[in-house]
Design a protein around this ligand. Structure first.
Ligand code: DCP
Ligand code: MG
Length: 411
């Protein structure tokens, strides 16, 4: 069993940091995001404002009293959501499993990709660097063998923190913290523990489960005992529903020949289908993106009757969308993309009990092609219509967008 490596990433002073980035004159000042009126509350504030005691969810009148010189800026939700999406894209490109928790935080499961916590820390560093370079914002990351410890670790050295929390560090790092920091223990649960004389997580760790059960019941006692010992086996859950896989190319010379365009469509559909099979997934909706030489752009989608991981239904839908819902009117094609969304694990699909012979055959061929490709590399298998197409093409971006990305369907 490979060692579990879980990351928790949380952006620092998210809305406030974005506002400072948008208006450099705010840098270094106590900035409060929210409405300063009587009924307003603080959404968040810069770390400078926090030194005055200002906090999220605090009534604005209280914040204004604590920090009279603060600069107040209104909430701009649309902007924050857009930046959140771009950060999510970075996470999707660097991690196989991403579970977003809120607009500015996510769990990432790097098990199998990172051999130990130090390798996880190297990935955390890369994520922080990419976010800083692309968005000019800082994130704090915790690296640990499970979700509970990772989330705790990301908070320990905010802002701009990177904390690795191995099991061995538990007595020193976890045990001095108050019992409220145990996941699932609210103010009421904390009161019950304190009634029994247990104030810190270490107190819980050193107390017998039976004694804790008499304070808060058997199942809660089992839960807090596990957490206090640093045990948490909750899985990082990828939100597949919002995921998409896509492939697109930009051509240095616009494609004009319909056969060339069709070959390009097939090649992109093959890439997408292969990616689905590689990850054991099926998809239900096919997306087509076309940009003409004059930059007119179409994005069109069609939902299939059955989820699939095969090229034929995908290219079929893409062809139909191109024929019926894109008006090129003689213009050449500058960019062509095929994508899928509505993704689910292949096993979860019930499927027809007796699939028709064509589907069985197509699956067998696809499986064989994938096997050859795995052995000989990507160019070993090419459909007849692709041979010798020799298209002048280059990737539209440095990194293939198919890997884990939310590709163009969301745009
Ligand atoms: N938020 C909000 N109201 C709250 C808490 C948060 O509107 N009561 C918004 C504003 C925050 C964002 O959600 O910027 C993220 O919440 P966090 O708890 O992660 O807080 P910050 O990112 O602002 O600060 P930190 O550096 O502590 O993570
Ligand atoms: Mg945050």
């Amino acid at each position: 069993m490979p060692m579990r490596v879980v990351l928790h990433l949380d952006m620092d002073a998210f809305y406030a940091a974005i506002e400072v980035r948008e208006d450099p004159a705010l840098a270094g000042k106590p900035v409060i995001v929210g409405h300063p009126g009587k009924r307003g509350v603080v959404a968040t504030c810069s770390y400078e404002a926090r030194t005055f005691g200002v906090r999220s969810a605090m009534p604005s009148v209280v914040a204004a009293r604590l920090c009279p010189d603060a600069v107040w800026v209104p909430v701009r939700m649309g902007l924050y959501v857009e930046i959140s999406r771009r950060i999510r894209k970075i996470l999707d490109e660097e991690a196989p499993v991403v579970e977003p928790l809120s607009i500015d935080e996510a769990f990432l499961d790097m098990t199998g990709w990172a051999k130990d916590l130090d390798a996880g820390a190297a990935i955390a560093r890369k994520l922080k660097d990419r976010i800083r370079a692309q968005e000019r914002l800082t994130a704090s990351v915790g690296v640990a063998p499970n979700k509970f410890l990772a989330k705790l670790a990301s908070d320990l050295e905010k802002p701009d923190g990177l904390v690795v929390l191995p099991k061995e560090a538990i007595p020193e790092t976890l045990w001095p913290l108050p019992v409220e920091r145990l996941w699932g223990v609210g103010p009421k649960g904390a009161d019950k523990l304190r009634l029994g004389g247990l104030r810190t997580i270490g107190d819980v760790a050193r107390t017998a489960e039976d004694a804790i059960a008499s304070l808060m019941g058997a199942s809660m006692a089992r839960h807090v005992k596990a957490l206090a010992g640093g045990e948490d086996d909750r899985a990082v859950e990828h939100d597949r529903a919002s995921r998409s896989i896509s492939e697109e190319r930009t051509y240095t010379d616009d494609l004009r020949d319909p056969r060339e365009i069709d070959r390009a469509l097939l090649a992109r559909a093959q890439g997408v289908a292969r990616q689905l099979r590689r990850e054991g997934l099926v998809a239900r909706t096919v997306h087509l993106k076309v940009r003409a030489g004059d930059f007119t752009t179409w994005t069109r989608a069609r939902t299939l009757r059955e989820p699939t991981d095969l090229v034929d239904p995908i290219v079929g839908a893409a062809r139909e969308l191109l024929a019926s819902r894109v008006r090129l009117e003689g213009k050449g094609v500058r960019l062509l993309g095929v994508g899928v969304s509505g993704i689910a694990p292949a096993g979860a699909r019930a499927g027809p009990l007796f699939p028709d012979a064509d589907t069985v055959r197509a699956k067998r061929i696809a499986g064989a092609e994938d096997a050859i490709r795995a052995k000989l590399g990507d160019t070993a298998v090419t459909r007849a219509s692709l041979v010798g197409s020799g298209l002048p093409m280059h990737h539209s971006s440095g990194k293939p967008r198919t890997k884990n990305g939310r590709g163009f369907p969301e745009e």
